[in-house]
Design a protein around this ligand. Structure first.
Ligand code: SAM
Length: 223
């Protein structure tokens, strides 16, 4: 009797798999791991475990975030890619798409370049995400902006990129303490939602992900 596949696709999150408790993506760079994550083989497919304590996007999906606009063919502009931990899982998901990874820190960028070298759909871009005009010539046909940058003006930066690339879909990982260390996170989230809406974006979902990432909420924007 053939062994039963322990992995099933998460409803509403194409190309993300679960065993019921943990999340997995299909490794697009066979036998290469990025941050010490576990690789698991089943029926000729290699899965990478996806740690919600290390990745806010995994936290969002585990907490029920759905219809994120991220699928096999997505072309993603990823702002604040750091060393490529989450971006590598986005590259697994968008297996026939593209992930443009913007990062400003030289130290992180060096690691990011190493991760991109083993993946055909990840492009590293050393730039300041608050200046989309500096990298727009390197980016083509983006349909989703993902941002994870702990800066005071993070919402404004997100809106600027959404407008510059004329994109309707986006995911903003907001760190409230970086916006204002003295205010309650809930207040900062409410104000951010108002700011996004006032700038013409439609917030489909706002999810408090603080059980995995302290003082963070995810804003899912879409048509
Ligand atoms: N998204 C990453 C992950 O899940 O693997 C973690 C990102 S870390 C919280 C934030 C990153 O944003 C840092 O690597 C930092 O250097 C970068 N960053 C901060 N300001 C930036 C800016 N203006 N433009 C581009 N990257 C920036």
């Amino acid at each position: 009797m053939a062994p039963v596949n322990p992995f099933r696709e998460v409803d509403g999150s194409p190309n993300v798999y679960t065993t019921g408790r943990t999340l997995m993506t299909v490794n697009a760079a066979r036998d290469v791991n990025v941050y010490g994550e576990r690789l698991v083989e089943f029926a000729g497919t290699q899965y990478r475990s996806w740690d919600p304590m290390r990745s806010k996007l995994a936290a969002l999906i585990l907490l029920g975030g759905r219809d994120l606009g991220l699928d096999r063919s997505s072309r993603v502009l990823y702002l604040g890619a750091a060393s490529g931990t989450t971006a590598s899982h986005v590259s697994d998901i968008a297996s026939s798409g593209m992930v443009y990874c913007v990062e400003v820190s030289q130290r992180s960028f060096r690691d990011l370049v190493g991760v991109c070298e083993s993946r055909r759909n990840m492009i590293p871009i050393m730039a300041d995400a608050s200046r989309p005009e500096d990298y727009s010539h390197m980016v083509e046909g983006v349909d989703l902006v993902y941002q994870d940058i702990a800066q005071r003006d993070q919402a404004e930066m997100f809106v600027r990129n959404m407008r510059h690339f004329d994109v309707e879909r986006g995911i903003l990982m907001l760190k409230s303490r970086s916006v204002d260390v003295n205010r309650e996170p809930g207040e900062v989230y409410a104000e951010t939602r108002r700011e996004l809406v006032s700038k013409g974006l439609k917030v489909r979902e706002a999810v408090d992900i603080s059980q995995y990432a302290k003082d963070h909420a995810a804003f899912v924007v879409g048509p």
